[in-house]
Ligand binder design. Sequence first.
Ligand SMILES: [Zn+2]
Length: 59
Amino acid sequence: MAHAPEPPEKYVCTACQTMHAGTVSKRTDSGHQYEAPAECGCCGGTDLIPEKEWPHFTG
Ligand SMILES: [Zn+2]
């Protein structure tokens, strides 16, 4: 298994669509585990979804 640097996951606030870097919640043998920020630093919204799910989150 290759040891490639793992980019941090990003999360998108569904309220204002600002992108935030995930916070590292724990380290594992295979990398890091990320979790969404508790709340959006821009609008205070708490609905943040992973960036990869964002394109599917329309309407
Ligand atoms: Zn926001």
